[in-house]
Design a protein around this ligand. Structure first.
Ligand SMILES: Nc1nc2c(ncn2[C@@H]2O[C@H](COP(=O)(O)OP(=O)(O)OP(=O)(O)O)[C@@H](O)[C@H]2O)c(=O)[nH]1
Ligand SMILES: [Mg+2]
Length: 372
C-alpha cells in the first residue's frame, strides 16, 4: 500500500511537472508573438525658446539718446578745442612735415601742400587760393608754417560771427539741418551758453516728426533748466513756434530757439515747411535773428551740397559745424566759408553741454596746425 501510494505520488508529481513545463513553454511562445511594447513616447522636452526676435522695427527712427550729464570738465576751453581737432591735425601734419623737413621747396612740394589741405577737406577753392598766395610770396621753409597759418586765417577773416539778437524784446533762432547732424544737441548747448551769459531762453519743439525727438529736447531742456513748448507729435511745427513766441513775449523772455525737423511725415517739401516756419516767426516776433544751419563735419564735402539746398530755400545766417571731434576733416570750415559764403558761428567738439565753442579763426587754425 505504501509503495502504491508512493508510485501514485511520484506519477502525480511528474504529471504536474510535465504540465507545468508545457504551460510555461506555451506562455513563452505566446509572449514572443506579442508585439513589442511600443517605445515610451519621448518625454516632451520644451522646445528651445526661440531666440528673442528683434523688436519690430519702430515706426519712427529712434532719437539720439541724451548722454548722461558729465562731471564738470577739467580741461580748458582751448584744450578742448585742440583735442577736438586732433584727427584733422594729424592728417595735415603727416604731409606737411614731409615738406617742412626740406631745404628748398620744389613745385612738387607746393602740390604736396595743396594736397594736404585738400585731404583735410579745406576744399579745392580754398586750398588753391592759399597755395597760390604762398607760391607767390615764396616764404623760406623755416617760415612756411607761419605763412600757411596767416593765409588760412586770412581766408577766414572779415566775417560777422557773433550770434545775433534781434531788435525786439524776443529774438528767434531757427535751427535747421538734415537728420542726425546734431540740431537738438546744439540747441541744448546754445541754450546753456546763452543762459550762462545772462539771457532768458525758451526752446520750441518744432521738430514734430517724432515723439522721441520732442522728448529728447525735453530731456535737454530739463537739464539746462529752460522751459520748452511742445505739441503732439505730427502737429504743425508753425503752431509750436507760434506758441513758443507768444509764451516768450508774455514773459519778456529774450530768446526762442526752435528745433526743426530734418525730415517730414508728409510729402510736404522740407524746404517749404521751413519757409512756412520762418514766416510764422517773422510775423510773430518781427524778425528771425538767426537761421542756423547745422552741418556734420564728418560728412565732409557732402555737407556743402546740403548747405546749398538750404541756402537756396531759406536765407541761412550762420553755420554750426558739429562733430569736429570725430573727424579728420576739420578743414571743412574753410570750404564752407569759401564755397557758401556763410560764416561758421560755432563748432561742436563733443556731446556735452560745454562742447560748443565760438568759432575763432586764429584759435582754430592754430589748433589745426599745432605740433601734436
Ligand atoms: N562727437 C560729437 N557728437 C555730437 C556732436 N553734436 C551732436 N552729436 C551727436 O550726434 C547725434 C545726433 O545728434 P542730434 O542732436 O540728435 O541730431 P539731430 O540733428 O537733432 O537729429 P534728428 O533730430 O534725428 O534730425 C547724437 O548722438 C549727438 O550726441 C558733436 O559736436 N560731437
Ligand atoms: Mg533732433
Amino acid at each position: 500500500m505504501t509503495t502504491e501510494l508512493l508510485y501514485l505520488l511520484v506519477a502525480g508529481v511528474s504529471v504536474l511537472v510535465v504540465a507545468a513545463i508545457f504551460f510555461v513553454g506555451l506562455r513563452s511562445k505566446t509572449r514572443a508573438k506579442t508585439p513589442p511594447a511600443p517605445e515610451a513616447p519621448p518625454r516632451e522636452v520644451p522646445a528651445p525658446e526661440a531666440p528673442v526676435s528683434e523688436a519690430p522695427a519702430p515706426e519712427e527712427p529712434p532719437a539720439a539718446a541724451v548722454p548722461p550729464a558729465p562731471a564738470p570738465p577739467k580741461i580748458s576751453v582751448a584744450d578742448r578745442f585742440s583735442r577736438g581737432l586732433a584727427k584733422s591735425r594729424l592728417v595735415l601734419s603727416e604731409r606737411l612735415n614731409l615738406v617742412l623737413g626740406k631745404d628748398r621747396l620744389s613745385e612738387d612740394d607746393w602740390d604736396e601742400i595743396e594736397e594736404a589741405l585738400i585731404r583735410a577737406d579745406v576744399g579745392v577753392k580754398a586750398a588753391t587760393k592759399i597755395v597760390t598766395k604762398l607760391r607767390t610770396s615764396k616764404p623760406a621753409v623755416s617760415e612756411l608754417k607761419a605763412a600757411l597759418r596767416d593765409e588760412m586765417v586770412s581766408v577766414l577773416s572779415g566775417r560777422q560771427r557773433q550770434l545775433a539778437m534781434g531788435p525786439g524784446v524776443t529774438s528767434v533762432w531757427l535751427v535747421t539741418g538734415v537728420n542726425g547732424v546734431g540740431k537738438t544737441t546744439s540747441i541744448a548747448k546754445l541754450a546753456h551758453r546763452m543762459k550762462a551769459e545772462g539771457s532768458s531762453v525758451v526752446v520750441a519743439a518744432a521738430d514734430t516728426f517724432r515723439a522721441a525727438a520732442i522728448d529728447q529736447l525735453g530731456t535737454w531742456a530739463e537739464r539746462v533748466d529752460v522751459p520748452m513748448i511742445r505739441h503732439d507729435p505730427g502737429s504743425d511745427p508753425g503752431a509750436v513756434l507760434f506758441d513758443a513766441i507768444s509764451y516768450a513775449k508774455a514773459r519778456d523772455i529774450d530768446l526762442v530757439i526752435a528745433d526743426t525737423a530734418g525730415r517730414l511725415h508728409t510729402k510736404t517739401n522740407l524746404m517749404d515747411e521751413l519757409k512756412k516756419i520762418k514766416r510764422v516767426a517773422e510775423r510773430e516776433a518781427g524778425s528771425v535773428a538767426e537761421v542756423l544751419l547745422v552741418l556734420d563735419a564728418t560728412v565732409g564735402q557732402n555737407g556743402i551740397s546740403q548747405a546749398k539746398t538750404f541756402q537756396e530755400a531759406i536765407e541761412v545766417s550762420g553755420v554750426i559745424l558739429t562733430k569736429l571731434d570725430g573727424t579728420a576733416k576739420g578743414g571743412i570750415v574753410l570750404a564752407v566759408e569759401q564755397e557758401l559764403g556763410i560764416p561758421v558761428k560755432a563748432v561742436g567738439v563733443g556731446e556735452t553741454l560745454d562742447d560748443l565753442q565760438p568759432f575763432v579763426p586764429g584759435e582754430f587754425v592754430d589748433a589745426l596746425l599745432a605740433d601734436s
